[in-house]
Design a protein around this ligand. Structure first.
Ligand code: HEM
Length: 655
């Protein structure tokens, strides 16, 4: 077992070597900070180096923070309150998060200095504020720093598994904000590049962070390492796939063509791809070694971590290297609003089979399909059957999400209000019906790794706790679910929110996710087959459903009869050569909302009656089985009760 002091010395030496590697990669890739042409203001070399150094430290310590929290909450088995090494891991996570927060704030500051071309000491408060107010990159970097501060402070004061699990979510939230910055913020297929980078960053911090923290557990000589390793190995396989696919997707958007690989950015991409292949080989070797020889994990892990950190160094330099496609891919107003070229006039063919590079939709469908299929494979390996109806329903739901986001409908969802409304209705009213009938939570609860010893927390118990948490109880209250479901319509379209959300790509992504979530939540409560902290009777659910119908209809009629054009300047800004009558297009959109609102609700009523009928049948069968088991003791008791009543009446009635 290695003493904490020696482990710290090893970590400091590792950090020093990483900074040297950064300088080397910056110099070799020609990204050394240079003075601007004469006459242009110069922020100076300090700013030039502060940018990559602070970014690297912030990326690395974000990774370490998430890694140590992951080890404490998920990988190292323990009870509801942490003990032993898990407690030390949380303390280290909190320290790492403070370093992450400071580095993220310095990175923010250096960006402002770079933008206003002045030394960091010369940056004014107003400029610091403006950067967040005026630029999405500023907002992303500030949100990341905020998330780091929350995680650092919160993890310093709690050892509750649930609260620390929330800290992991907050940390990943900070990385989502980071994914909205950098090249992807100005890339050609913006929605694809940002969603790809977000997934890439999340995959990297879970994979690299998990391995760094496990190497620390091994250096501490913990007996729980084998348990932690087997849990990590599944996660590592998923992260490897996500990092590879998302990295390649973002690389394609930024490199543009094979020719682009001959530029410095392209070389760095190839270097990263080699890094990934190397890590893949190491991963397989590590698994085989542990399985066959039970050999020491730590040496190979430290080599793997060194290769991972080197790849992160290359990534940080990549983020500062001009992309082959350049920044000005999108030029027209319509392209800047849509994040891609304006599509040709919609036809049935185009609306049915078109493709739009919508990263959010692609990520939801790809992850939804991969996770569900993995669950089915686990059940099949255990010889457990899963109703085929549920699988079909799940994939029908995913197909509808695909069509509404990156399919033909997705192509026009940002272009015309009427087609946006079809996409919205599909995402919030139709797809969720099929998704909830796919019973994803039940599948997850049956296939996620469970506790190895009684009382131990594990991924399965974490999900169960989340499903029964006070927050879940609040959201699955039928009134809350209905208000979110119907209220979204009024809140988004009868305020300026719709225009704000349509004008930003993160706003567009937020709308897609919110529409799907609000629909999923509503139908989860209405017809969900998964475990829920609240289970209303069929009549009560029917009541809530019927209550939501008029609000939906009223929304549609109000939209159709409104003289105000929603998001007028956005649609005028598109200047599309078709569907030019905005008022008529909105009228059409209202009509679609009305028609498409009623049909799914009828579907739900039908599903509810089927469930009601089935639950009655199940109840009858259960009563019959009980009667068979105890010779109908219940009926006997009832008859005896009636006999006693009769005797009582007879005794009281005058002879
Ligand atoms: C096939 C392999 C990979 C490809 C094609 C790839 C591609 C990319 C691309 C295009 C970016 C965005 C850079 C920019 O802003 O322009 C990126 C960012 C990043 N990649 Fe990868 N990547 C790969 C593997 C990896 C691996 C194995 C790691 C770590 C172990 C990694 C860590 C990162 C990090 C940390 C960033 C964000 C850097 C920043 O802070 O801006 N990537 N990657």
């Amino acid at each position: 077992m290695r003493s904490p002091a020696r482990t710290t010395a090893l970590a400091s030496a590792g950090l020093a070597a990483t900074l040297v590697a950064l300088v080397a990669v910056v110099v070799l890739s020609g990204a050394t900070p240079k003075a601007p042409p004469p006459g242009l203001p110069d922020p100076g070399r300090v700013v030039g180096w502060a940018l990559p150094v602070s970014r690297l430290i912030s990326d690395l310590f974000a990774t370490v923070t998430v890694g140590f929290l992951l080890v404490a909450v998920v990988l190292l088995p323990s009870g509801s309150r942490l003990e032993g090494l898990a407690v030390q891991a949380v303390r280290l996570a909190s320290k790492a998060a403070w370093i992450w927060a400071i580095a993220a704030l310095v990175h923010y500051w250096a960006n402002v200095a770079d933008l206003y071309a002045r030394p960091m000491s010369g940056v004014e408060i107003g400029q610091l504020v403006d950067f967040a107010w005026l630029f999405s990159t500023g907002r992303g970097l500030l949100l990341q720093a905020l998330a780091a501060i929350i995680v650092a402070a919160w993890s310093q004061w709690t050892f509750s598994v649930r609260q620390l699990a929330v800290c992991i979510v907050v940390a990943l939230g900070g990385l989502i904000a980071l994914g909205m910055t950098g090249h992807s913020a100005s890339a050609g297929s913006h929605m694809l590049a940002t969603a790809g980078l977000v997934l890439h960053l999340i995959g990297v911090v879970l994979w690299v962070g998990g391995l760094i923290a496990l190497a620390w557990v091994a250096l501490r000589g913990s007996k729980r390492l084998p348990d932690a390793l087997s849990r990590y190995s599944t996660l590592a396989a998923w992260c490897f796939a996500i990092v590879a696919v998302s990295g390649i997707v973002v690389a394609i958007v930024n490199v543009g063509s094979l020719g682009g690989l001959q530029e410095p950015y392209g070389f760095l991409i190839v270097a990263k791809a080699l890094g990934l292949i190397g890590l893949g080989v190491f991963g397989v070797l590590q698994r085989r070694r542990i399985r066959e020889q039970g050999g020491s994990f730590v040496r190979l892990a430290l080599v793997e971590v060194a290769l991972m950190v080197l790849t992160v160094v290359v990534a940080v330099v990549l983020g500062r290297t001009p992309t082959p496609v350049g920044e000005d891919v999108l030029t027209t107003r319509a392209e800047l609003l849509l994040g891609r070229p304006l599509p040709p006039e919609p036809t049935w063919g185009r609306a049915l089979i078109g493709f739009a590079p919508d990263g959010v939709g692609l990520a939801i469908v790809a992850l939804g399909a991969a996770l569900y299929l993995t669950g089915l494979r686990v059940l099949r390996r255990r010889g457990i059957d899963w109703p085929i109806g549920r699988t079909i329903s799940w994939f029908v739901g995913l197909a509808i999400v695909a069509w509404s986001t990156f399919g033909g409908l997705g192509v026009y969802a940002g272009v015309a209000f009427s087609l946006h409304m079809v996409s919205h209705m599909m995402l919030s009213m139709v797809a969720p019906i099929f998704l909830v009938l796919g019973a994803p939570m039940t599948l997850a609860l049956r296939t996620l790794p469970g506790p190895r010893r009684p009382g131990e927390h594990a991924p399965r118990s974490l999900l169960r706790d989340a499903l029964h948490s006070p927050l879940s109880k609040f959201y699955t209250h039928p009134v809350i679910a209905a208000v979110i479901f119907v209220g979204t319509l009024y809140g988004v379209y009868f305020t300026s929110l719709f225009e704000v959300l349509m004008r930003t790509h993160s706003g567009h992504a937020f709308m897609e996710i919110h529409f799907l979530f609000s629909g999923f939540l509503f139908y989860y409560v209405m017809i969900g087959v998964d475990p829920s902290p609240r289970r209303l009777g069929p009549l009560a659910r029917f009541g809530v459903l019927m209550l939501s119908v008029p609000f939906h209809a009223f929304f549609s009629v109000a939209l159709m009869s409104s003289s105000t054009i929603v998001a007028k300047s956005y649609y005028e800004g598109l200047d599309r050569p078709y569907l030019t009558d905005l008022a008529h297009d909105q009228y059409l959109g209202g009509g679609i909302a009305w028609a498409m609102g009623e049909v799914p609700l009828l579907l739900v009523v039908a599903a509810m009656f089927v469930q009601w009928f089935r639950s009655d049948a199940r109840e009858a069968a259960r009563t019959d089985r009980a009667a068979d088991r105890d010779d109908d003791a219940e009926l006997e008791q009832y008859n005896a009760y009636l006999a006693r009543l009769r005797q009582h009446d007879a005794a009281r009635s005058p002879k």
